[in-house]
Write a protein that binds this ligand. Structure first.
Ligand code: COA
Length: 520
């Protein structure tokens, strides 16, 4: 049935409109499926649920049915949660933050590859991940000529549509049609050795097209929906987040005074979550004007900065707004469309552009060690939390890279500053500034030993500071003169972290698959 308000305007595609169940019936077990979706925005809403039902029915008949799910980044319970609950995911990549997925991954029931978000397109183009069988992509509409109006995120959609054998489109009329014109889809990328410079020299530059292209002969189904994005609320900035934001703003002011940053700073990248949002809130009342952003995800904080005129424009690959933020966005969509550009994630996170623009990167961490190595992804070095996301794309290539965290986790039981990081995502070479509510450590120009002193002194929680100092002092004695002093048989057993994190790790093991002998 075609809705009277249908946004499928291409006459040659209307015959492909069908129910989600009929569309899902075209997905076989074992398929590699590229789905749209980035930080809870622009993901397909009906297809994954219909696929989960199909998988469940097969399992009930005793038949194996799993697919591999590739996305832009994290999605929502209707996608990751629904498919993980029915044990329908063989392999997940490149990023997730879903509790059910996390549990399955950490109990050996789901494979996961954690990839820099800017690398995904290249990996798929070269076939490192195997053949992409099916793309399932949410769009805001299909134009008469068959071009696609992208939704609230672009992520890897261009890559999925270009490379998949078959395409299923979800046309979601909940997405405001005035999104049209906000996107910039660049079709100039090539594979080496034919690559040309990406011609972005300012964060607001438009270098591509407003629409996604799709070969109509690949479209096997179109499903019409009217369902909202995840849009979860942010908590009001707590004391620790406000203190972290305060330290960062003071530091940026200092850098401007020293002439190392211009008065309107450099393009900002802000990671996901409440701390990142609090930093943006701090900038609202801060002294900096005419700011710009070259980031991955646009949260409420940046929306407010745009509205207040503090931020002149922002480039991202996805919107990730709270319900209030979304209402504000809709009320003033024409205003925001002039100032926001949504790009494919291989461009929003492109190392060349990030380096050229001199981005200021701000991302969260799980633990940092006293020499400045950062773990963003693993509890006790073994259990995945979410994934590296875009943090590596930005930290490695930015002009200034901040990592921020409360100094202690789990109600103060666990120190986020440790002697040796139990897993390293960002090495000491890519981490320039560490910030906790206790203070800020500027690591630029410091040797490992000088870094250890400033990180412990400025960033550690008072509960753990004496033990960290004591460890470092004994490490110096134990390995006199060495470049990076450690007591290796103690470095990873920093009490009480070890015990507290061990308990967390044990919790994942409830229903774990025991792989005692992988070679068998
Ligand atoms: N040991 C054990 N648990 C820890 C911990 C530690 N050292 N540090 C943090 N945690 C736990 C917190 O207790 C919290 O758990 P809960 O959800 O059960 O309450 C969880 O990790 C998240 O920590 P929180 O302090 O709320 O910070 P956050 O929401 O800012 O998340 C990261 C921090 C590192 C998990 C998050 O920023 C992330 O996934 N980063 C990697 C991807 C990224 O940077 N993306 C942005 C790039 S654009």
């Amino acid at each position: 049935m075609i809705l009277s308000s249908s946004r499928v305007l291409a006459p040659h595609l209307r015959a492909k409109i069908m129910t989600a169940a009929d569309a899902a019936a075209q997905i076989p077990s074992g398929a590699h499926v590229g789905m749209s979706g980035f930080t809870g925005a622009g993901y397909p809403k009906l297809l994954p649920l219909a696929l989960a039902e199909r998988i469940n029915a097969h399992h009930a008949r005793g038949q194996k049915f799993k697919v591999s799910v590739w996305t832009g980044a994290s999605t929502a319970p209707e996608l990751d949660g629904a498919l993980a609950k029915v044990d329908g995911i063989e392999m997940r990549l490149p990023y997730q933050s879903d509790p059910t997925c996390r549990k399955r991954i950490n109990s050996g029931r789901m494979e996961y590859i954690d990839i820099h978000l800017s690398h995904v397109a290249q990996h798929v183009w070269f076939g490192f991940l195997g053949k992409l069988d099916i793309a399932i992509v949410e769009v805001a509409g299909i134009r008469e000529d068959g071009s696609l109006i992208p939704s609230s995120s672009i992520g890897n959609n261009k890559t999925w549509l270009d490379l998949a054998d078959k395409v299923i489109l979800e046309v979601n009329s909940w997405q405001d049609i005035r999104l049209e014109g906000m996107h910039d889809v660049y079709y100039g990328t090539q594979l080496p050795p034919h690559r040309k410079p990406i011609p972005i020299v300012a964060s607001g530059d438009r270098i591509g097209e407003q629409y996604l292209r799709c070969d109509p002969s690949k479209i096997v189904a179109i499903v019409e929906t009217n369902l909202p994005d995840r849009n979860s609320a942010f908590s009001a900035p707590d004391e620790a987040s406000q203190a972290i934001a305060g330290h960062i703003l003071e530091f940026l002011g200092h850098e401007v005074k020293k002439g190392r940053l211009p008065p309107n700073l450099l393009p900002l990248q802000s990671g996901v979550g409440n701390v990142a949002n609090a930093v943006m809130a701090g900038l609202e009342d801060g002294p900096f004007d005419n700011l710009t952003a070259y980031t991955e995800v646009l949260q409420d904080g940046m929306l407010h900065l745009l509205r207040k005129g503090k931020l002149t424009h922002a480039s991202a690959t996805a919107l990730s707004l709270s319900p209030d933020g979304y209402d504000e966005f809709l009320r003033n969509l024409d205003f925001y469309r002039e100032r926001i550009v949504l790009r494919p994630q291989e461009i929003s996170n492109h190392p060349e552009v990030i380096r050229r623009l001199g981005v200021i990167a701000m991302n969260g961490l799980i633990e940092a060690d006293i020499y400045g190595n950062v773990n963003s992804t693993h509890i006790t070095g073994t259990s995945i939390m979410n994934g590296i996301g875009g943090s590596g794309d930005f930290a490695r290539n930015s002009f200034l890279s901040f990592f921020m965290t409360p100094s202690a986790a789990k109600g103060g039981k666990i120190s986020c500053i440790v002697p040796m990081a139990s897993h390293v995502d960002h090495t000491e070479h890519d981490v320039q500034v560490i910030v906790t509510e206790q203070g800020l450590a500027d690591l630029r120009g410091l040797s490992p030993k000088a870094r250890a002193k400033v990180i412990i002194e400025n960033c550690a929680h008072p509960t753990f500071k004496p033990a960290l100092k004591e460890y470092y002092k004994r490490a110096l004695e134990y390995s006199p003169g060495l470049h990076t002093p450690h007591i290796l048989d103690e470095a990873l057993t920093f009490l009480p972290n070890w015990m507290a994190n061990k308990a967390a790790r044990e919790a994942w093991r409830e229903d774990a698959v025991v792989q005692a002998d992988v070679w068998r």
